[in-house]
Design a protein. Structure first.
Length: 175
């Protein structure tokens, strides 16, 4: 299945090159602590957690305890161009992190090519990708706290505001 997802992501990445680039104010790199890069609207360093778990079961438990939806991020974090663009332009921004800290449980389901991953985690990620019908990267699946799917997203133009608006409407449609 990983090869199939890789081919789909490669095709999506190729079309990325043909798209006009969109200016981004975010200079932070995915994976760096929030205190090292993003700043708030008055220039102070943002101190936002918005941490991505890699354990689906732990995320599900937290969602049930906090009554928050889960955002699953199926990604090829170290090779998928669309995934890196999504991280850079939306997921790593202070605006998204602030929203996530208040409203979501975040779980990253990664399919890296250049980072090693335990076999058990690889198998669990493959099973989750099959369960949620992931066809390519990035795919973000929003679940309610009982793990019922509310909707699926991918890269969305318009920055964190448009992405948050879409998440909010998916959450509201489940109420």
């Amino acid at each position: 299945m990983q090869n199939k997802l890789f081919l789909i992501a490669i095709a999506a990445g190729a079309s990325l090159m043909a798209l006009p680039s969109q200016a981004s104010d975010s200079k932070s790199e995915p994976g760096l602590p929030a205190t090292s890069g993003p700043t708030d609207s008055i220039g102070k360093t943002a101190n936002l957690a918005a941490e991505w778990k890699t354990d689906y079961e732990a995320g599900l438990k937290q969602a049930r305890e906090t009554h928050r939806p889960i955002l699953l991020n199926f990604t090829g974090s170290d090779w998928c161009g669309w995934c890196m663009k999504l991280d850079r332009e939306i997921l790593a921004t202070p605006e998204f992190k602030r929203y996530a800290d208040e409203h979501l449980v975040l779980v990253k389901i990664d399919f890296p090519m250049h980072k090693s991953q335990p076999d058990a985690e690889k198998a669990r990620n493959e099973e989750l990708a099959a369960r949620f019908h992931v066809q390519g990267f990035p795919t973000l699946v929003l679940l309610n706290p009982e793990a019922k799917p509310c909707g699926t997203l991918g890269y969305l133009r318009g920055g964190p505001g448009a992405f948050i608006d879409r998440l909010t409407s998916l959450i509201a449609s489940q109420s």
